[in-house]
Design a binder for this molecule. Structure first.
Ligand code: NAD
Length: 513
């Protein structure tokens, strides 16, 4: 059964509800088992997708390898021109693609549109970048010699992505990889296969219209076993993997065992430190959006609030009051603040975490719980919860991918809060709310936050594409998107040219015959 005009959305995106999930261009093929995509919004079946077999996968790699031979010779600014056209196509299709993201993944329509906007933004960034893939020039120690470095295309980039950003993470990788001269094979989450098919179709059409060969953009579908084809394949020099720490550890070991490169974007356990000098109103808005936005299913979602004892009760009461006003329901209805979790397994994880925090001695300030009845038939809707906890609780060390916020109290100087914040295995996003310059600067200093992202007077979630995105420790250490993140998609070469008739050796070494 298909509801709310999804047929129209699929029509605009030129895709079917029943698709094969393997592609090197505009045609889709594949002989693997079927995966079903049920919308967490209403539980309806929206797509059946045939997964990729090993044989299909090998065909894809052969086509991608051939395409790379051609694509790497296209001048980078011309590759940028193709990415520009792709960005424009996304502008035209922003509304249906945003709607599909919202319906298949369950985030709000506004966030679905926001995700497509991120794809458009990274395309714009990549177009500019295509004329700026700079290396350095160095002075040679030998007379009559010139030395410089240049960046060359790397090859096939494997992209493994998570369900929670079903389209943007792919674009963060592909837009840069394409201008760098690489070709891409994408293994999306098995929970959002239709979003991936829609994106592949958009990209493939643009390549075809420009008479470029098949294989520059490729798609394979399936579960972890299809992801493992990529991580174990020595024909794939770089695997960019976004998802859980558990997945990252497996992928990293497989790629390292063949001395390939991996770019890992894994789980977070993000905290906001709230000091006595915080702006309370900003803190409440930042904390709530961070904790309940995307139903707590962002890698940068706020999981922990580390609040100074002097303002603890004030923050606690304001949060309790604000949570009572949250509207939970269909994310395509713009008056709702919180949509569903991705599936019923995620609901079970949420319920287990709430039980555990109580078992460990925590107090549920806002109880939470599963929602049933009219409007919640998919079984994926839960109420955002707040638990007062201790930083040392076992459950607080984990990223539960759901709207659960832990309140932790600190005493004394901001250093104590920073210590609590850093004392987890993850290191993705962090924030401090303060108007005190000394506290803010300490938080940003070498003694401060150990995360890849550290914000002042902004929450933990919602990064801009212009900066390098990623985190430290078990978050994996990778950087994507802006700044100089492009360098991982290229190989660096140092070149020395002798324009004399002598052959002086480096380090003054004499070798006379
Ligand atoms: P997941 O780890 O279950 O799956 C992610 C992807 O990895 C899927 O495509 C899956 O099929 C694949 N996969 C799983 N096991 C694999 C294996 N052994 N070999 C190869 N591929 C494998 O994660 P999820 O539930 O889809 O997403 C949620 C997680 O992603 C959270 O931990 C979240 O923090 C993280 N995430 C991180 C970022 C970031 O940028 N740091 C962004 C988005 C999501």
């Amino acid at each position: 059964v298909i509801s709310f005009g999804i047929e129209n959305v699929l029509k605009k995106l030129n895709i079917e509800p029943h698709n094969s999930g393997t592609s090197t261009g505009s045609n889709f093929f594949g002989n693997g088992n079927e995966i079903l995509s049920n919308s967490p919004v209403d539980g309806n079946l929206i797509a059946k997708v045939n997964t990729t077999t090993r044989e299909d996968y090998d065909k894809v790699v052969d086509t991608a390898s051939l395409a790379f031979k051609k694509w790497k010779t296209v001048p980078a600014p011309q590759r940028g021109e193709i990415v520009r056209q792709f960005g424009n196509r996304l502008r035209e299709l922003k509304e249906p693609l945003g709607k599909l993201v919202s319906y298949e993944m369950g985030k709000s329509y506004q966030e679905g549109l926001g995700e497509v906007q991120e794809m458009i933004d990274i395309c714009d960034f990549a177009v500019g970048l295509s004329r700026q893939l700079h290396g350095l020039t160095m002075h040679s120690e030998r007379p009559g010699h010139r030395m410089y470095e240049q960046y060359h295309p790397l090859g096939i980039v494997g992209i493994i992505s998570a369900f929670n950003f079903p389209v943007a993470v792919w674009a963060w990788n592909t837009a840069l990889a394409w201008v760098c001269g690489d070709v891409c094979i994408w293994k999306p989450s098995e929970k959002t296969p239709l979003c991936a098919i829609a994106c592949q179709k958009i990209a493939a059409d643009v390549f075809k219209e420009n008479n470029l060969p098949e294989g520059i953009s490729c798609l394979v579908n399936g579960d972890y076993s299809v992801g493992a084809y990529l991580s174990n394949d020595k024909r794939i020099p770089l695997v960019s993997a976004t998802g859980s720490i558990r997945m990252g550890k497996i992928v990293a070991q497989a790629v390292a065992s063949r001395l390939g490169k991996s770019l890992l974007e894994l789980g977070g356990n993000n905290a906001i430190i709230v000091t006595p000098d915080a702006d309370i109103k900003m803190t409440i808005i930042g904390a709530i959006f961070g904790a309940v936005g995307t139903a707590g299913q962002r890698c940068t979602s706020t999981r922990r609030l580390i609040i100074h004892e002097k303002i603890y009760d004030q923050i606690k009461n304001a949060l309790k009051d604000a949570y009572s006003q949250l509207k939970i329901g269909n994310p395509l209805d713009e008056s709702n603040h919180v949509g569903p979790l991705i599936d019923t397994e995620a609901v079970e994880n949420y319920k287990r975490a709430l039980l555990q925090v109580v078992e460990e001695g925590g107090n549920l300030l806002v109880e939470g719980g599963e929602l049933t009845g009219a409007g919640f038939e998919s079984g994926c809707y839960v109420k955002p919860a707040i638990a007062e906890a201790e930083p040392t609780f076992e459950i607080v060390q984990h990223e539960t991918f759901a709207p659960i916020l832990y309140l932790l109290k600190y005493k004394g100087p901001v250093e104590n809060a920073i210590e609590i914040q850093n004392n987890v295995v993850q290191g993705l996003s962090s924030a401090i709310m303060t108007n005190n310059l000394r506290e803010a600067e300490r938080f940003l200093s070498a003694e401060g936050s150990d995360c890849g992202i550290a914000n002042v007077n902004i929450g933990t979630s919602g990064a801009e594409i212009g900066g390098a995105f990623g985190g430290e420790k078990e978050t994996g250490g990778g950087r994507e998107s802006g700044s100089d993140a492009w360098k991982v998609y290229m190989r660096r070469q140092t070149n020395t040219i002798n324009y004399t008739t002598e052959l002086p050796l480096a380090q003054g070494i004499k070798f006379d015959l």
